[in-house]
Design a protein around this ligand. Structure first.
Ligand SMILES: [Mn+2]
Length: 328
């Protein structure tokens, strides 16, 4: 993307005051790390700002600097400017959306190719591995140097959206940005331990249930699993504990497309999709009004479990057979 767009976003911040930063629902390391890093930048600039999210901070991200200042939308003030962070569409803001809609001007900072450009100013870079890369570029224009809290937030954003710099979205640029962030002397071993190596017992038990439910179809190329609300309750887990389950399904040697269905309410299921080499799963999610990337996408489905599962099998099988679903 051109530096011009980043410069416009930097001007938007320089010229205005009073910002609501909005992280997406079911927050991950990128939306939280990016939103809190930008919050840190705004603090350095002595700007009035707040960070909101429709969900609480997951336990593994509570360590992030400024995480204790994150507000629920109900607790937030009405501020004149709003910035959505890592939100591919307006729905991703969840219950924070009214704060965005009420703002006199809005900025959308994101890296999803499916972004619907719903803001007044849209700074979307589909080649960025994480929204954190955009926030880094903004920070470099707005501050003389990165502070340690901002670096911790940005590093976490990059680390989590690249699967520890292992996914195909990791570019030389991603590594250069990460290297520059490391210059601030942050403890990356400790960040890795807090994000990935700190798992509650009930989450491990839920993983066991989910893996036990897994099946292979399409000659092993399609891996599916599902967890119901009842199963989550049986081990004292919640929906957010399903995070990471899909990776085990995708990792099976024969699997190209992995699907995880998790029940979030009675007859409401969230589907996570992953592919390994050649199927563009964002085409599946888009057909269901969802979003995401070529190798990682998701959608929400309504209906009885059997129907939702059968539909997922149908779509994923078609994607495996049809040239139209291949990554272009
Ligand atoms: Mn992201």
């Amino acid at each position: 993307m051109t530096g011009n767009l980043i410069e416009q976003a930097a001007d938007f911040i320089r010229e205005n005051d009073g910002f609501t930063l909005i992280a997406h629902i079911s927050p991950d390391g990128d939306t939280l790390g990016s939103a809190l890093a930008l919050y840190g930048v705004l603090k350095e600039l002595k700007k009035d700002a707040q960070v909101v999210c429709g969900n609480r901070v997951p336990p593994n991200y509570v360590f992030l600097p400024y995480a204790d200042e994150l507000l629920s939308p109900e607790a937030a003030r009405k501020l004149p400017f709003a910035i959505s962070i890592d939100c591919a569409d307006a729905l991703r803001m969840g219950v924070s959306a009214p704060l965005f809609d009420a703002a006199q001007s809005t900025l959308n900072l994101d890296h999803h190719v499916t972004n619907t450009a719903y803001a007044k100013m849209n700074v979307v870079d589909g080649s960025a591995a994480a929204t954190g890369e955009l926030i880094y570029k903004l920070a470099m224009r707005l501050l003389p140097c990165l502070t340690e809290p901002i670096s911790v937030c940005l590093y976490t954003a990059l680390l989590t959206d690249t699967g520890s710099f292992a996914y195909s979205n990791t570019t030389p640029e991603t590594m250069r940005i990460a290297a520059d962030i490391l210059e601030s002397g942050i403890d990356t071993y400790e960040i890795n331990r807090l994000v990935y190596r700190t798992v509650p017992y009930h989450k491990v038990k839920l993983l066991g249930l989910a893996l036990n439910n897994m099946e292979l179809l399409c000659g092993g190329r399609l891996g599916l699993t599902a967890v119901t609300l009842e199963e989550m309750r049986s081990v004292g887990a919640t929906e957010e504990d399903t995070e990471g389950v899909i990776d085990y399904v995708r990792d099976v040697d024969s699997v190209e497309v992995a699907v995880l269905l998790r029940e979030v309410d009675t007859d409401v299921f969230k589907a996570s999709l992953r592919s390994k080499r050649y199927v563009d799963v964002s085409k599946i999610s888009r057909a269901k009004n969802g979003g995401g990337h070529a190798f990682a996408a998701g959608y929400t489905a309504h209906g009885a479990f059997g129907e939702v599962y059968a539909e997922a099998v149908r779509m994923a099988s078609a994607a495996l057979e049809d040239e139209a679903w291949k990554v272009s």
